[in-house]
Design a protein around this ligand. Structure first.
Ligand code: ATP
Ligand code: LTN
Length: 334
């Protein structure tokens, strides 16, 4: 708790361009939670370098991502929006937690296996201990809830295990965090392969809707979306492509999947795909306009970065000092 509010922490990597999956699975839920919780929304740039990055590009993407958080509707006066690399406590706590995490646990992480397969030429130790840094992010702020997409549940589970292990040895140091998964659209699938999740690192640009895609591009991508030959708009596990489009439309319009199915009863896939494309473009338009404005206001974004890094540091240091004392590091002489 911070004051009378529970604490919420979440973050995204500044790798690639954000997709509709990131928006629906993460950002959109964040917006609805900003009043209820004391929130920390981080641009996790330390995590980004677990795969090789071009420095100038990483810097530019990280700033864009931070700006996008605000453009999407997170008020930086109410939400602590900051760069992970500006708060050294993340790396410091991560080291300590590394010493409370087992190789066997990390070996089971499916994201590690996927990323190791994808980047076989660079299976570095950071990629392996990625979940420990994520645990540090969360535990540093004593977060009660962590809104993420379903793919991150395994990382939340290991975070809880590490925290419980630490608490069992040293007493109640860390709050045990709970995952928060949005009701609809917890997993948005690729438009080109509905068996795979929509991912910003997908090589095929037609597989993902990027948050900065214009209306024509969005509609064209939905028109090309892979579906099936049933020619029937129904919500079931066999018609995975249509299922995904119904999920997306349902999030954009606020209608339930059943309502969507009745709305399009007897209509063709062409009509439905067009409607989905339009609803997505309409949902994204205000954010795109706001982003363009904010990007021009360098002084304002700089002030958000500075003020929120200070705020995050303050809370991070509180937990870090407590942990350092527990494990036996000597107190600093001031
Ligand atoms: P990458 O392709 O680089 O691994 P990603 O697109 O999977 O990236 P992340 O940065 O790993 O995105 O995730 C940011 C947030 O978006 C996380 O909370 C994650 O659960 C959520 N998310 C990512 N993809 C989807 C998706 N297809 N559907 C729902 N949520 C998603
Ligand atoms: N691993 C997450 C990003 C992430 C995160 C976090 C999410 C890093 N630290 C802390 C929630 C809480 C991802 O790849 N989506």
């Amino acid at each position: 708790m911070l004051g009378d509010k529970k604490v919420l922490f979440s973050g995204m990597q500044a790798t690639g361009n954000l997709t509709l999956g990131n928006y629906i699975g993460a950002l959109k839920n964040w917006l609805t939670l900003q009043d209820e919780f004391e929130t920390f929304y981080c641009v996790v740039d330390l995590h980004s370098i677990t795969v090789r990055q071009d420095p100038a590009e990483l810097r530019s993407r990280a700033r864009k991502l931070l700006t996008l958080y605000i453009a999407a509707g997170l008020d930086p006066e109410k939400n602590c929006i900051y760069y992970q690399s500006h708060v050294s406590g993340h790396a410091e706590l991560s080291w300590i937690l590394n010493c409370f995490t087992y190789m066997g646990e990390l070996n089971r992480m499916t994201q590690f296996k996927d990323k190791a397969a994808k980047h076989a030429d660079n299976i570095n130790a950071g990629l392996f201990t990625y979940p420990v840094l994520m645990a540090a992010d969360i535990l540093l702020y004593q977060a009660d809830v962590v809104p993420v997409g379903k793919d991150q549940l395994q990382h939340l589970e290991i975070t809880r295990d590490i925290a419980q292990r630490f608490n069992a040895i040293y007493g109640d140091v860390f709050t045990i965090p709970e995952p928060y998964i949005g009701k609809t659209g917890a997993k948005i699938m690729s438009l080109q392969d509905p068996e795979k999740k929509m991912s910003k690192s997908d090589e095929n640009p037609n597989a993902s809707i990027y948050l900065m895609d214009d209306k024509d591009t969005i509609i064209r991508k939905f028109k090309r979306a892979v579906t099936d030959s049933e020619a029937n708009i129904a919500y079931n596990d066999e018609q995975k492509g249509i299922h995904n489009l119904i999920d997306i439309y349902s999030v954009c319009t606020g209608k339930t999947p059943d309502e969507v199915v009745s709305e399009f009863a007897g209509k063709g896939y062409g009509d439905f795909k067009l409607a989905v494309g339009e609803s997505v473009a309409d949902m994204l338009a205000p954010m795109q306009a706001r982003f363009a404005e904010l990007e021009k206001d360098k002084a304002y974004i700089d002030s958000v970065i500075k003020n929120n890094a200070e705020k995050a540091n303050y809370f991070a240091q509180k937990t870090l000092r407590k942990v350092q004392k527990k494990v036996g590091f000597p107190e600093k002489i001031r």
